[in-house]
Design a protein around this ligand. Sequence first.
Ligand SMILES: CC(C)(COP(=O)(O)OP(=O)(O)OC[C@H]1O[C@@H](n2cnc3c(N)ncnc32)[C@H](O)[C@@H]1OP(=O)(O)O)[C@@H](O)C(=O)NCCC(=O)NCCS
Length: 184
Amino acid sequence: MSELTTDRLLLRQWTDADYEPFAALNADPVVMEHFPAPVTREASDALIERVKPLIAAGGFGLWAVEVRETGRFIGFTGLSVPSFEAHFMPAVEIGWRLAKDAWGKGYATEAALASLAFGFGPAGLDEIVSFTATTNVPSQRVMQRIGMTHDEAGDFNHPRLEPGHRLERHVLYRITRVQWEARG
Ligand SMILES: CC(C)(COP(=O)(O)OP(=O)(O)OC[C@H]1O[C@@H](n2cnc3c(N)ncnc32)[C@H](O)[C@@H]1OP(=O)(O)O)[C@@H](O)C(=O)NCCC(=O)NCCS
């Protein structure tokens, strides 16, 4: 099983106790502002079921994030393979989603750096991408803080959103193994 520890956080396998708080943050319209719609309880549970086997197998995944000091579950951060076709596929993406009261503490950045270290370390990846709606500035700031570069020519219209949707346009960020190793 893959598990990552940082100064303040534990990135771990999901437990039964995570389902309810994860559904709650997925139902929070503020957390889901840059998504087409809040995620239903059923879809929230299904996401957990989908990612558990990858973590159990010791590979990369969307890890449940826990604050070590309190043991509190605050959301997920990690690596996954996008489930849609795009010009940058095949690719592995890095992503994060935290409960609102866990924002503004540097947790997403801290968890993302550990995820990149796993991706370029044990997982042996050569490049990791990230993308989000152009409106999602907080998420882009995490991408910038962890050393990713905006590939402006790579920005794209998300194929799962109908043309003209307010969230259709997406930015694409990238980081290569060489860039990661040169970070110092
Ligand atoms: C994207 C998201 C995780 C970003 O959260 P965030 O709190 O802005 O990012 P971080 O956890 O890295 O925290 C950084 C902030 O904490 C501050 N901070 C406070 N204490 C800190 C510490 N000890 N260390 C580092 N940063 C600290 C930083 O200054 C920064 O604040 P700023 O943005 O005002 O400069 C959050 O907005 C979210 O979950 N959104 C909903 C889901 C989503 O949109 N996901 C992405 C979809 S693609």
